[in-house]
Design a protein around this ligand. Structure first.
Ligand code: HEC
Length: 213
């Protein structure tokens, strides 16, 4: 007799149901409900996504998938379109603030094999839904701003990322860690007590557990 067995590691819940039709249906329903609850709680807890950054998020994709045909090399350039210079890109392919009207966005989201970019015959990977979402936000929320590579930018003190559990923050580095944890729907570990710290130090330095004084 076969059995349906489902284990959800995060929730430490296990079902073990015989495979009669009814119990299978019940198990499926319970599982769906649990998954829905998990998704729901993680969207509720998740902090807002950080802003799109051209140099970090967009340029690497353009460079990998588009510049061979729409980059600095005039000989190789197709459709007289260059995407490495903003002034050129917004002349032909990008409407800042309006992804839907931007040729670039229409082309990367097209279902038509003759339209979609990069062209399938180029053997370049099509953009993933996550990458397409980045382009959408970059054009709509960031007005398709081209920023210089970070190594050419003046140093500025960035605003600290917003966090929910403000009481946890003790120094200016903590908000970065906490913001990411909150984005992933995770809570920080509890602070280690003195005995635990001593044990770690002892293992680190001597490889042995601490001895009573
Ligand atoms: C292998 C070469 C190649 C690559 C790589 C490529 N393209 Fe193209 N692209 C073309 C060619 C050829 C055309 C002109 C024919 C056409 O419109 O389909 C074109 C046309 C376009 C157009 C329309 C230009 C206009 O004037 O209407 C846009 C927008 C565009 N590409 C965006 C992109 C983007 C964004 C990428 C990267 C995700 C990309 N392309 C990658 C070859 C390429």
């Amino acid at each position: 007799m076969s059995c349906l067995s489902v284990v959800l590691p995060e929730t430490h819940v296990a079902f073990n149901l015989a495979s009669s039709k009814v119990s299978t249906e019940v198990a499926t329903l319970v599982l769906l409900a649990l998954l829905a609850a998990l998704r729901w709680s993680s969207t509720l807890l998740a902090a807002p996504e950080p802003a799109v950054d051209f140099s970090r998020d967009i340029r690497p994709i353009l460079s990998d998938r588009c510049f061979t045909c729409h980059g600095p090399d005039e000989q190789a350039r197709k459709a007289k379109l260059r995407l490495d210079v903003r002034a050129e890109a917004i002349k032909k392919a990008i409407v800042p603030g309006d992804a839907a009207k931007s040729r670039l966005f229409q082309r990367i989201t097209s279902q038509d094999q003759d339209e979609v970019m990069p062209p399938p015959e180029s053997k370049k990977q099509p953009l993933t839904p996550e990458q397409i979402a980045l382009f959408k936000r970059w054009i709509n929320e960031d007005q398709a701003a081209y920023t210089e590579h970070w190594s050419f930018q003046r140093l500025v003190r960035p605003p600290l990322p917003p966090v929910r559990a403000k009481a946890w923050v003790q120094n200016p580095i903590d908000p970065y860690i906490l913001a990411r944890l909150e984005r992933e729907g995770l809570a920080p570990s509890l602070e280690a007590d003195k005995a635990t710290l001593l044990r770690r130090v002892s293992y680190d330095l001597t490889g042995l557990p601490p001895t009573p004084a």
